[in-house]
Design a protein around this ligand. Structure first.
Ligand code: ZN
Length: 147
């Protein structure tokens, strides 16, 4: 089935608040709490000039703050968005491995591609779905509940 409004969807894809590579910078800074450019070079395995360009762009877009001592942190009002991207990644990974039976390698690769694009509505629905699935798996039907 094709997208209903491919042009609008494609435009929305490009209008996403963060690019895929920016999402990775943000998640890394988020995980490290405070990071320096050199930490990002190491963690993401990206050349230093590329990292400093990305930092400039993220500062300009108000996603991150560069402090006087050159440490970086996620802007307070953006932390939730970055946390959501991490949650999306975990949910997608979980879905692909436990529900679709995909290998962790494929699930890791494909969830990475989608993590920053999932709408909050889809993420909530996925979380609810997985919660129900896992809830049922823990107590297979027919087995007595041991109290
Ligand atoms: Zn990714």
């Amino acid at each position: 089935m094709r997208c209903t409004e491919p042009n609008a969807q494609w435009k929305a894809f490009h209008d996403n608040p963060v690019t895929h590579s920016e999402a990775h910078y943000l998640m890394t800074i988020y995980d490290l709490k405070t990071a320096r450019a050199s930490d990002l070079v190491k963690a993401l395995n990206i050349a230093a000039p590329t990292v400093s360009q990305a930092i400039k762009a993220l500062v300009k877009k108000n996603w991150i703050i560069q402090h006087d001592d050159k440490t970086l942190s996620i802007a307070l009002d953006r932390k939730e968005v970055v946390a959501q991207i991490e949650t999306n990644k975990a949910l997608l990974m979980d879905f692909m491995v436990t529900q679709l039976g995909l290998s962790k390698d494929i699930a890791d690769r494909d969830s990475c591609k989608m993590e920053h694009l999932l709408s909050p509505e889809a993420a909530n629905a996925l979380e609810q779905f997985l919660h129900e699935q896992h809830g049922q798996k823990k107590r297979p039907r027919g087995l007595p509940v041991i109290s």
